[in-house]
Design a protein around this ligand. Sequence first.
Ligand SMILES: Cc1ncc(COP(=O)(O)O)c(C=O)c1O
Length: 460
Amino acid sequence: MDEPTFRTIFEPFRIHSVEPLRVSTRAERREYLREAAFNLFQVRAEHVLIDLLTDSGTGAMSRDQWAAIQHGDESYAGSPSYYIFADAVRELFPFEHIIPVHQGRAAEKILFSVIGGSGKVVPNNTHFDTTRANVEATGAVATDMPIPECHDPSSQHPFKGNMDLTALEDLLASRASDVPCVFVTITNNSGGGHPVSLENLRGVRELCDRFGRPLFLDACRFAENAWFIREREQGQGDRQVADIVRDMAALADGMTMSAKKDPMANIGGWLAMNDEDLAVACRNTLILTEGFPTYGGLAGRDLEAIAQGLREVVQHDYLRYRIRSTAYLGEALLNRGIPVLSPFGGHAVYLDARALAAHLSPLEYPGQSLAVALYEMGGIRSCEIGTVMFGRQPDGTEAPASMDLVRLAIPRRTYTQSHIDYVIEVCEQVAARADALPGYRIVDEPKTLRHFTSSFEPLD
Ligand SMILES: Cc1ncc(COP(=O)(O)O)c(C=O)c1O
C-alpha cells in the first residue's frame, strides 16, 4: 500500500519531563534590563520567557542520553567512557587523534596556541567570535572569506556559507607559508548560519593540497550542514546524512568541535586531527589546561552523553523536523514583512536589524536595540550579531560590522510550535514600532569579546 503523506512535520519525540516558565510583566522586564545595563547576557535566565540567546548547550537531552549519563565511568585514566566517546566520534569523523575538551573554545585555544603566533594568518569562511578571539590572542590575524552572497540579504544562493575560493587562492598564492591552516565553519554561524556545499569543501581541499596547507573544520553544526547538502546539492538527495558527514570529514585534516551544538550535549567538545606531531603538542597543552587526554575537562558521564547524542543527531526524522521548524519561524516572519536572512539556516533565524531600524546608524547598534526591544516586549532573549559583537578592531578603533543581525537561535528539542508562534507575535509587535527604536551607546567595555559583558545606555 502507498504510504500516506501529510503536510505537518511534528516534533519526533514526546515530552518526558518539563521545566516551568514564569511569565513576567513588561514593567518587571524594564527593571531587569536596567539592572543588566541593557546587556541580555547579564539578565538572569529565570527572568527570560523564551530563551533564544543560543542553541549552545541549551538543548534537551533524550531518555537514552540520560541513561548514558548513568553509564559514565569516572576513572581518571583510560575510562571506558572515553573509548565509547572516541568510537562514536570516529564513526562520523574518522580522525587518528580524538582529544576531548570541555567546550569548543578550549579546542580553539589549544590548537591556536600551538599553530598560531604573530605573522600568521588564519583564513575561515567566517570566524565565530571565540575562534577569532583565540586566533588573535596569539598575535595571528583572523581573515574571513565568505562568498559575496553571504552578505547580500536578498541572495537566494543555496550555500551562502561557502568560502570564497578566489580570495583563498590569492591569500595562499601570496603567503601560504604564513597560513598554519585553513578553517571552514559548518554551518557558517556568524555569517548567518548558512551551509557549506560539498563542492565548495572539495574546492578548498584542492587549494590546500596545491599549497600544502592543512584543512580544519569548525564542525559544530555538521549534521544540519549535511542535511542541507542532502536537500540542496545535486546528486545528494538519496544519501544517508551520516555518509555525507563522513565525506565532509574525509576532506579535512582535523577539526574543532563544540559538543553543545549538534552532538546534543549540555557541555563538551573535542579537537581531532591526523597529524601525530600536532596531536602530541596539543595533548601537552591539554594536560596543562583541561586534564588527562582520556577525559579532557569532562566527566565520563558527559563523554557518554555526547556519544549517544552523535547517534541521534544524524537521524533523518530529527533533522527533517529541526530544519523545518527553523524555516517555520523564518517564513512566518518573512510573510509579515519582517526582514530576515534567507534562505534560512539550520539553527537560527537572523533578523536584519539594519534594515528594520534603518533610522539608526551601525554605530548606534541597531541589533542591540532590536534585541533589547524583543526582551522588553515579550521576554524573548536573542543575540546581537553585528557591530557590538564585531565592531571593535584589533587596533582599538571601531567600525561597522558587515551586517547588523539579531539571531533567534533555536535550542534543540526544547520549544514547541506554540512557543514559536508566541515569538512570531512578539516580533510582529516590535517590528510595527521599529522606527521608534532608540540607538544605544556603550558605557563600559572589556578588551575582548565585548558583547558578553559591556554595559549599554539608550541614546536620548
Ligand atoms: C561556529 C562556532 N564555533 C565555535 C564555537 C565555540 O564553542 P563553545 O561555545 O562550546 O566554546 C561556537 C559556539 O557557539 C560556534 O557556534
